[in-house]
Design a protein around this ligand. Structure first.
Ligand code: C5P
Length: 310
């Protein structure tokens, strides 16, 4: 029997992400949009501890107010544990403990990281030993960003964002994150984008959206040069997020005035990710922004995906 199968508890850590490029195509009948995106996993982690139990239970704690996080089947980690149990005919439950560091409803894939971590933790605790291909398949059924939280690093996502190919990224990228007190609903931001596009469509008859990650984004990642990557940052969801929270545009501008090379809304927001020219520059940006009352975080990428912590 493996160590993991005999352990009383399994601790897994999974990263949050930034979309350094996010191109959104048309909405499909299932409600999902076609995406061409580049994810980068960053050093802000969700910790999930799984313990043997007869029932499925969940506790959540974290740096943010976690009152908004559901503890029932609406929680993606709970759904992940139950999906794995039914896919492997596992009898019995699990007591999951989530320690959150990724902002809740912040556009950084915190819930997806919880789900990825829960899959890996339960797989090890129960000794179900699924292949990574099978784990990826279950992850994709849970949510579009869950496969990336398993995978980590830097990757191109197509389809709904769940079809992944690793992207070559050299060196390390330093980011300063400006978080918000109130989260944004991802479906609401996608709906806003559809509404904004419908309004624009009445004025301009645009050609169909081309959905490829632009070459300069991939070149910038390969070069490891944050100046090149800053120039290539792009998020199609940003106008929709700014429509909901106009003050995010000020946060990006303020970050650039403080010395960041560029800034972007992360995913569906409201977290703003500011790309900096190395660790020292990021610390300077962080200190300057603190003077105006915010409490930004300094993280770096790329980091690995969901991993068991010995
Ligand atoms: O898959 P996930 O639960 O992360 O997606 C949350 C919501 O974001 C979906 O219900 C959908 O409204 C929107 N979404 C989308 N197209 C994608 C990914 C997410 O419209 N490719």
């Amino acid at each position: 029997m493996s160590f993991a199968a005999t352990a009383d508890a399994v601790h897994v850590r999974a990263p949050g992400k930034i979309n350094v490029y996010l191109g959104v195509g048309d909405r499909h009948e299932d409600g999902y949009h076609a995406l061409a995106t580049v994810f980068q996993a960053v050093s802000l982690y969700e910790d999930v501890i799984a313990r043997h139990a007869d029932e499925f239970t969940l506790t959540v704690s974290g740096v943010d107010d976690t009152a908004a996080v559901p503890l029932d089947d609406r929680n993606l980690a709970m759904r992940a544990a139950k999906l794995l149990a039914s896919a492997t005919d596992h009898r019995g439950g699990v007591a999951l403990e989530i320690r959150k560091s990724v902002p809740v409803a912040g556009g950084m894939g915190g819930g997806s990281a919880d789900a990825a971590a829960a899959l890996v933790a339960c797989d090890a605790l129960w000794g179900t030993g699924l292949s990574s291909a099978r784990l990826h398949e279950l992850a994709a059924r849970l949510g579009a960003d869950v496969p990336f939280a398993l995978h980590g690093g830097t990757a191109v996502g197509t389809g709904r964002g769940d079809q992944l190919n690793p992207a070559l990224a050299r060196g390390r990228f330093d980011w300063v994150l400006v978080t918000s007190d109130r989260g944004l609903s991802t479906p609401a931001v996608y709906q806003r984008l559809d509404a904004l596009r419908a309004e624009e469509g009445a004025l301009a008859d645009d050609p169909p959206l081309s959905l490829d990650v632009p070459i300069p984004v991939l070149q910038a990642l390969r070069s490891g040069d944050p100046v090149l990557l800053a120039a290539a940052l792009h998020n199609d969801l940003q106008p929709a997020a700014l429509h909901e929270r106009p003050e995010l545009a000020d946060a990006i501008e303020e970050g650039i005035r403080a010395g960041a090379l560029g800034g972007i809304v992360s995913g569906s927001g409201p977290t703003v990710a500011l790309l900096c020219d190395g660790p020292e520059s990021a610390q300077d940006v962080q200190s300057t922004l603190r003077l105006s009352g915010s409490d930004p975080l300094h993280v770096h990428g790329a980091v690995p995906g969901a991993r068991i912590i010995p």
